[in-house]
Design a protein around this ligand. Structure first.
Ligand code: BGC
Length: 768
């Protein structure tokens, strides 16, 4: 590391350990002292202004360009560009010696010595892989998710990364969209709560502390609503829905302190996000007062020409900068055209300066000017026991039990003599990690097969048969061995789903059934006549209607990450009760999509009584006999599994719902409470959820909206009150004039274990 002594500081238990490292030796811990206070914003602004005043136009434009790294190398052009101050950030370089050398060139060999932002997609863990974000949302445990982000930040920071491109807070209501895996699901509130938790986990209380990395809320905005679930496709969202559904999670991330945001690839109502002044300036800067940095997505400024918004790259640069994109990821339109645009007077010096300020401010806040280098030895080891423990807890709490016919689960250690473990995902340490695992280390993965073997009591025989090579295999050649294993065993656990490559960016699917011959495998195993448990690993909700009646239990595991095995084994054998709840609705068939719980009422809402099935229609039945409500003749209107749903080995009852005031004045808080009782036989966690309906509004309102949730642990027979405080503003929404308003009127509130909770209390909101 470039032969230069430097200091590194690692926070532990609120204290700070300072180590001095050099090219020759890593000296031991020298001293322990209180953490330095964060530099106040005003002081940072003053430093930014002093530096800005010394910058040439070329140096300013240089700060606006982010280039892709060269995997542990520094090619001549990269070196020359950093030396000349023509680069503000490098992404995808995680070799710490290379990062340190790049920083040294920037700090020592460029005229102004401005350090680099080092960006990386640390989406759900670094070396230790946590569940995919959709799985993390299924924990309904923001504190634990925050701890997971902290683990990821520390592991990434040890490689010199100081900026991650997460959390993704795109509300995702279409399981065909491959990037639903990266989201926190369909609900604005859930995306906001988890987005904020991840921001806090990455950034900590003080961004300048070692181990804190800048978060990036992405992709502003509406990307999750890409037409037909096809990634990158067009997005059409009326402004009122943008404001009520798609923008609130970004606002929550900004309020939590996210210092960067990324634009979306898609066009939103005809204006691609990377050239969208309404989103990036009117809303983000003027309404929300965001002072951080906005980065484009990968080449998304150049793509303004592909969209047909700009005739050439010069126009693309103009559109993006004037819309409010500060930094250009990879493409070179700013580098190539901003100077001319400035000289021609098409963009003003203040516009360029504003973008530079936003970038420099983040660099100062990260403390990079004082501490540009990374000493990996000053960080805790990656994949440490405590990191794996966080990953395991997240994986355990993310597991959603969808079906448990006749209590087939948990498997009994006492009575079970043998178990068949079958399927393409039972023993694949790579596929269990899911999408976006650039730095994930599959060699440390604990697979379900291994964990079941470890956990199974002595004398229990575990018979393994893969059955299918991959989840997409069409061959049935290996079925016979799997069926033989099933026949010889007391119970069968089959690991099905999607390999990691089937979800994530650009990996959308039109058919979200189990791919390949998995259904046939299930039927073949069913014929063995043994209790059959399906564990499904996938990056999205799948349409499981075809297997529900073929199996006795379904445990939905998402892609659980490094610690998939122990988490799943613990739940299968009852060491832990399943406690995950769905953060997204599971459709019966793909044609029901989009299907989400917070739909608006319509003028002809369906009810169970109005459903007519196609098989029951009489010949020449009169048109009006078919229910005349909003539903499908062949799939009804109800999902297979609703939002918020998940079974437990315990059971819970909800009672005694109360509101603190029957009539609450606008601007006053309100508390809604209920009692939850564990009516089962085992201790277990439950996620209590509060939903609200605004009965009449100046615009039509959702049938239910989640307003709060809490994970609680209850022993058998234990009762606990859960209280949800609705702060003033919690019932506000954007009305016809796009203003945020709380309207007087009547409301229903429900508290229960899913979005179908039926324990209700009513209240009214009255004018001040
Ligand atoms: C993705 C972003 C990601 C970026 C950098 C893009 O293709 O859309 O989410 O952060 O690449 O890897």
């Amino acid at each position: 590391m470039a032969g230069r002594p430097h200091c590194a500081v690692v926070a532990r238990d609120g204290r700070v350990a300072i180590r001095i490292a050099s090219a020759l030796a890593m000296l031991p811990l020298l001293c322990v002292q209180p953490a330095p206070a964060a530099v106040p914003d005003r002081e940072i602004d003053a430093r930014v202004e002093r530096l800005l005043a010394r910058m040439t136009v070329a140096e300013k434009i240089g700060q606006l360009w982010q280039v892709n790294g060269a995997a542990g190398k520094i090619p001549d052009d990269l070196r020359a560009n950093v030396q000349a101050g023509r680069i503000g950030s490098v992404l995808n370089e995680v070799d710490v010696a290379t990062v340190n050398e790049l920083q040294r060139i920037a700090v020592k060999e460029s005229r102004l010595g401005i350090p680099l932002l080092i960006g990386r997609d640390v989406i759900h863990g670094f070396k230790t892989v946590l569940p995919i974000p959709l799985g993390q949302a299924a924990t309904w445990n923001p504190d634990l998710v925050e701890r997971g982000a902290r683990v990821a930040a520390l592991e990434a920071a040890a490689s010199g990364v100081n900026w991650t491109f997460a959390p993704m807070v795109d509300v995702s209501r279409d399981p065909r969209w491959g990037r639903i895996a990266e989201s926190f699901g369909e609900d604005p509130y859930v995306n906001g709560v988890f987005g904020a938790a991840v921001v806090k986990g990455f950034q900590g209380d003080d961004l300048s502390r070692p181990g804190a990395i800048a978060a990036c809320a992405k992709h502003l905005a509406g990307y999750g609503a890409s037409e037909g679930g096809r990634d990158y496709d067009s997005v059409s969202i009326p402004e009122i829905e943008l404001r009520n559904v798609y923008l609130p999670p970004f606002k929550a991330a900004v309020d939590a302190g996210a210092v960067t945001l990324m634009t979306a690839f898609s066009d939103v109502n005809g204006v691609p996000a990377s050239g969208n002044r309404f989103l990036l300036t009117d809303v983000l800067r003027n309404e929300w007062r965001f002072r951080g940095l906005v980065v484009s997505d990968w080449e998304s400024i150049r793509q303004l020409t592909v969209h047909g918004l700009a005739a050439d790259e010069n126009e693309a640069a103009f559109a993006a900068l004037t819309a409010g994109v500060d930094m250009e990821m990879v493409s070179t339109t700013y580098r190539d055209h901003l100077a001319d645009l400035l000289a021609e007077g098409r963009i003003r010096a203040e516009q360029l300066d504003a973008a530079v300020r936003n970038i420099l401010r983040v660099k100062y806040r990260l403390g990079l000017f004082d501490r540009p280098y990374t000493d990996p030895a000053a960080y805790p080891p990656v994949a440490s026991a405590s990191n794996l423990d966080v990953a395991r807890q997240l994986a355990t709490q993310s597991l959603v039990l969808l079906r448990n016919n006749a209590g087939v689960l948990p498997l009994s250690m006492k009575s079970l003599r043998s178990v068949a473990v079958v399927g393409p995902l039972a023993d694949d340490g790579y596929e269990q990690l899911g999408t976006w695992i650039f730095d994930g280390d599959a060699t440390i993965s604990r697979t379900p097969l291994r964990a079941i073997r470890d956990l199974a009591a002595d004398g229990v025989t575990v018979r393994y048969a893969r059955g299918m090579e991959t989840t997409r295999s069409r061959s049935t050649a290996a079925f016979a061995r799997a069926v033989a294993a099933a026949r010889a065993s007391d119970a069968v656990v089959v690991f099905l789903g999607e390999e990691s490559i089937l979800s994530g960016e650009a990996h959308s699917r039109a058919d979200i059934d189990l791919p390949g011959n998995q259904m046939e495998l299930v039927r073949a195993l069913r014929a063995a006549g043994k209790p059959l448990i399906a564990v499904i690993l996938a990056g999205r909700p799948l349409t499981l209607g075809g297997i529900v009646d073929e199996v006795d239990a379904i445990l939905f595991a998402w892609h659980p990450g490094t610690m998939a095995g122990p988490a799943i084994a613990d739940v299968l054998f009852g060491v832990e009760s399943p406690s995950g709840k769905l953060p997204v609705t599971f459709p019966r068939v793909v044609g029901q999509v989009p299907i989400y719980y917070a739909r608006r009422k319509t003028g002809k809402p369906p009810t169970p009584g109005t459903v007519v099935h196609i098989d029951d229609i009489k010949v020449r039945a009169p048109q009006t006999s078919l229910g005349m409500t909003s539903q499908y003749l062949d799939a009804g209107y109800q999902p297979l599994y609703p939002f918020g749903f998940g079974l437990s080995y315990a059971s819970f009852s909800y009672s005694e719902i109360q509101v603190s005031q029957r009539a609450v004045r606008i601007g006053e808080p309100l508390t809604i409470r209920a009692v939850v009782t564990n009516t089962g036989k085992v201790p277990a966690d439950e996620v209590a959820q509060l939903y609200v309906q605004d009965l009449v509004g100046s615009v039509t309102r959702p049938v239910r909206e989640l307003k709060g949730f809490r994970r609680i642990r209850l022993d058998p027979g234990e009762r606990r009150e859960v209280a949800f405080k609705l702060e003033p503003g919690a019932l506000a929404f954007h009305g016809r004039d796009m203003r945020l308003v709380t309207e007087p009127g009547d409301f229903h509130a429900w508290i229960g274990g899913s979005s179908e909770a039926d324990l209700r209390a009513d209240f009214s909101v009255v004018a001040e």
